[in-house]
Every structure is written in C-alpha cells, then in structure tokens.
Design a protein around this ligand. Sequence first.
Ligand code: MN
Length: 485
Amino acid sequence: MTYLIQGETGDWEVVIGLEVHAQAATAAKLFSGAATEFGSEPNSQVSFVDAAFPGMLPVLNGKCIEQAVRTGLGLNAEINLDSVFERKNYFYPDLPAGYQISQYQQPVVGEGKVTLDLADGRTKEVGIERLHLEQDAGKSLHDQDPRRTFVDLNRSGVPLMEIVSKPDIRGPEEAGAYLRKLRAIMRYLGTCDGNMEQGSLRCDVNVSVRQAGENTLRTRTEIKNVNSVRFVMQAIEQEAERQVGVYESGGEVVQETRLYDAGKGETRSMRAKEYAHDYRYFPDPDLLPLRLTPEYVEQIRATLPELPDQRKQRYMESYGLKPEDASVLVAEKEAAEYFEKVAEGRDGKTACNWVMTNLFSVLNKQGRSVTDSPISADKLGKLLDLMADGTISGRIAKDVFEIMADTGGDPAAIVEEKGLTQITDTSAIEAAVDTVIADNPGQAEEYKAGNQKVIGWFVGQIMKATQGKANPQQVNQMLRAKLSG
Ligand code: MN
C-alpha cells in the first residue's frame, strides 16, 4: 500500500524526511535561568544572556541534557557521551547574538528508530538520524502595527530538541503516523508536551519525488515550520504533486525553502536553500564540550516508563486486542490509563470496544478529552458489569450510556430509576412471545416452511414490545421452541 502519485509518465514515489523541533519540558531556558512558560507578557522572560548583552556567559541547564538523553533512549538511539555546542551564525532581528547555539558535528544523540503504527494494523520502522540540542530564537511580531515590527524575546534561549529522521517516510499517511508516534513517545517520557498550537512541536518537511523503481534521491525542497499534523500531510501532498508537475513538463526541481499556505492549500517559494557552510559553524568558545558518563545515562535509562510500543504489545497479549486497536488506545497516555481502569478484572475486548466506539464518539461530540470525560472509567466499568451479569441487555446499556454521557450519573442508579432491568422472568417473556406470534401468523408460517431468517425479525418485534428489556438469548430460545412446536 505504497503512496504513489499517478503522473502522465508513470507512477511517482514520494520521499520524505522530517526535522522536528520539540521544546524540551523544563522550567528554565537552555543557557539561562529565565522561565519558559507559554503565553506570558512579551519580553517578561528574558535574561541578559537571552538578550545577548555583551559579556554575558551561557550556563548550561542540566535538566535540558537529561530531557535530551531521555528522549534519545525513548527513540532507541545511541547516546553520544561526548558532544559539542557550536555557533550557527546568521542575522535576524529576533536573534540578538547573531548566532544560535546549536550542535552540529557532534550531537548528543545519534542514530535511532521509531516504529510507525499504520491505520491497517501494519507497522513500519523509520530511522532517526540524530537529536541535537539548540536554543530557540525570539519572535518577530509583524501583525501588531501596520508600519512597525516588534521583537519578543521570551522564546530566545528556550531549549529545543531537533529530531531529524532519515528519508524513510513515503507519503502523507506515514508522515502523520511518524509525528503522532514521536509526540506520544515524548509525552510518555515527559520530555515535551507535544503541543503544536503553542509551538512546542514544529516541523520542517523535506520532500522529493522519484519515479517508482528509481533508487537514487532527487533534489528536495524543505517546507518550513508547519504547525499541525494535518497541515504536514496536506503540504506533502501539494508539494509532491507540484514536483511531479515540474518534472513532467520538462523542468527541474530546485533546492529551496518553501512555505505552506494552508488557506490556499499550496506551497510557495520563500528563499533559496542555504547550505550548512553558509552558517560558518564553529565550537562555541563560551561552552566546554559536554561529557556524559555511562553511569549518568544508565541512571536515566533505569527510570524510563513503559513506552507506547511496549504497552501496545502488552494490550495485545493480555487483553487479546488487535494491533490497530491497541495502537489507538496507547497513542494517548491518558486514554490508555482510562482503558486499563475499565478493563481491570473485566473482558478486555469489550472494554476496548466501549472505550473506542462509544466513549470516543461522545468525547468527540462534546469536544472533550479523556481527562475530562463526563463518564468516569469507574462508572463505565460498572455499566459493563451490569451487562455481564445480565441485569441489562447490550441495547439498554447503550441507552444508559447516553444518559451517563449527559448527566455523569451512576449506571446502577439510572437503571433502577428508569426501570430498565432486563426481563428474565420467563412468564413475562413468554406472554410477549405468544402475543407477537399470534399477531403475525404469516411470518410464523414462513419460519415453519424453512425460512430461518424470519427469527431475527421476530426477536426485533419482541424486543420492541418489551422496550428492549427482554433478555435476547431467552427470547431467541423460546421463539425457536414455540415456532417449531
Ligand atoms: Mn534547528
């Protein structure tokens, strides 16, 4: 199921590499003690270091290193015990120092891999090239005044982990799956909150195309700063189609940086792509090389939580879930925890069904997340118990669930109050069965003549007559006995 673009000259494959800038979850910046909190007054979280006052020296925040190493371990990556901070030189008004402190030749994290969970249950491995630490720049505000631009330095010096994938991604679906997985891993690890709207996860997308069967890479373009999974997927689709169009009309794709305009649904050229040598990288003389000990790395490894892949495996083994269901549940830590509470001591597949079908659709409708679900895991569990012990039928359970979604009420109390207890009293069911058979002699004859399917119709009629409260198994048995008698 490879993603291919059908052109006039044949099928084209899309080759994608992603560079993700993930803000490391820390209270203070990478080289200063200023706060990193989102949404504060402009320029209220700026130290002299962040404003690049002359003579100010950067002091490395150890928490950022810990978060980078933890993320590296979560990406099954090699941790480099020796790494170096370098200056990446360029001019921009929101970069007062004239350079960004980053890592270039020796990043703190080397090669790793991430497993994608695709919609059809398949998995695919994507290589990680590296993860390095760097500072964020400030922000130029162009929309506050018609004639002036303002600079907000709150983000200046905020710690970023730049995670670079190998060009292993083939199409928008895989790119979406990669981003969602990366975000899930970092949320499990507590190393990045993954909030794309607040800019704590931003993505640069490298795209090239080649004819199916080619095995060298063609020229790529880079789409900068795309800020949602959906936009990343759309940008890839648009850009790949544009490139195919260029080649098929006899042109050449030029290496450049492009912007995705979500309003117009197209990418457009921003500037000619710069090369690494344009930045004049060199080791920052204000910072010593970073040396980690193997013990330090092992200490962090020892505190890693269960990660999405392991949890998915556990759900498949201990609850018998299908891989595609297990991946959906583990994608969000909170949803996974909710599911486990519901499944505890109950049938895992039933719990999975109710969480994924009924609960998720209610949350969707109400625009809520699982952490402020109107139905607690405890109450959903109790509802499943009422079904399992035969107090209510599956059909009634759905009604009770709807009431719970509106009121947050307790299932047993709702069943009691509305008189929804399943009728298991044989004589009451028998009366309903007799009435329906007597009222429908035609259908009864059909059954006797060998049309087994009519039994389903009869069950439906009896469930209707009992407002769904009859026990369907009992109805079924009784009907068969009476109709064949
Ligand atoms: Mn970067």
